[in-house]
Design a protein around this ligand. Sequence first.
Ligand SMILES: NC(=O)C1=CN([C@@H]2O[C@H](COP(=O)(O)OP(=O)(O)OC[C@H]3O[C@@H](n4cnc5c(N)ncnc54)[C@H](O)[C@@H]3O)[C@@H](O)[C@H]2O)C=CC1
Ligand SMILES: C[C@@H](CO)CCC[C@@H](C)[C@H]1CC[C@H]2[C@@H]3[C@H](O)CC4=CC(=O)CC[C@]4(C)[C@H]3CC[C@]12C
Length: 324
Amino acid sequence: MERGENGGLKGPVQVTAIQGDVTQAHEVAAAVTGAHVVIHTAGLVDVFGRASPKTIYEVNVQGTQNVIEACVQAGTRLLVYTSSMEVVGPNTKGHPFYRGNEDTPYEAVHKHPYPCSKALAERLVLEANGKKVRGGLPLVTCALRPTGIYGEGHQIMRDFYRQGLRLGGRLFRAIPASVEHGRVYVGNVAWMHVLVARELEQRAALMGGQVYFCYDRSPYKSYEDFNMEFLGPCGLRLVGARPLLPYWLLVLLATLNALLQWLLRPLLVYAPLLNPYTLAVANTTFTVSTDKAQRHFGYEPLFSWEDSRTRTILWVQASEGSAR
Ligand SMILES: NC(=O)C1=CN([C@@H]2O[C@H](COP(=O)(O)OP(=O)(O)OC[C@H]3O[C@@H](n4cnc5c(N)ncnc54)[C@H](O)[C@@H]3O)[C@@H](O)[C@H]2O)C=CC1
Ligand SMILES: C[C@@H](CO)CCC[C@@H](C)[C@H]1CC[C@H]2[C@@H]3[C@H](O)CC4=CC(=O)CC[C@]4(C)[C@H]3CC[C@]12C
């Protein structure tokens, strides 16, 4: 094997897939045994009410506890956790987080099961830093907090695309263009995980117990305007310079959806995109501006904004066939 541009090994890599459920401690233990470093990215991402709060807790919190325990038992010293911007905010009060970094003071108050579970899991991971693993050496942990991830495989983007096609090539603006969202390309999120996994052992004193936002050079835009960077070249247009519906009406619709979800629960899972939580997140500015990952372990985005955009557009276009 030879060395690539970034100093990493280049060439064929052997991967062994082991399927398992993070809520089952023995399955996690079997997967972790013999590993030098663990990247724990499994999670139940549900802000739509598809899964129960109990299931979200079991997967995201209990599952993470199982991963930590497995590292301790197996003597695995290095653990990288995929956390989320959601452990910080937007909070229930709708306070904007504008160009914030890892040290920006912010009142992180949550009620929704998903951010609550991610916050609890992140705390478990950070508190486990320094814990003795089998053999007596200390565990070194850190948590990465991606902002909204986009790229190939982004299901919500595909849903918006299909909805736009059904509406004759149009989407209707619901959120003011002035509400900005931090977004990060999936390839850069993955790259940051690889770098952390590579550097954590050598830089344990600096990186152990730390959190890092996952960021790149994707532009700050509203959720809808950002999606149009990809959906526009695929033939859709966003109608309205301002939201077409007044905010109070969106709140009413979101509340009705939540009520319907509750009423229909015994019969079926009604989980539309719009609910009071997703509306609040979409309608609150949350943007990150930091260089902590660059300072601590030399992170630079592997994919430029232009590459990330092109790759995502190609993926949306490729999904067109299956959309009709
Ligand atoms: N999608 C986003 O915008 C963001 C996601 N994240 C985090 O990134 C991670 C990956 O999320 P996505 O790729 O978006 O979601 P995803 O749903 O595509 O991936 C989650 C993965 O976890 C696996 N998983 C779920 N329950 C499991 C269980 N009980 N045992 C083992 N594996 C299980 C799923 O099979 C899936 O492969 C999650 O931890 C999520 O919280 C963080 C910030 C933003
Ligand atoms: C009101 C609608 C009008 O078009 C738009 C609704 C969009 C929402 C479904 C999304 C807006 C913001 C998204 C969340 C954000 O990117 C942060 C996230 C981080 C995570 O860790 C998981 C996913 C998510 C909560 C993401 C989910 C979808 C939105 C709420």
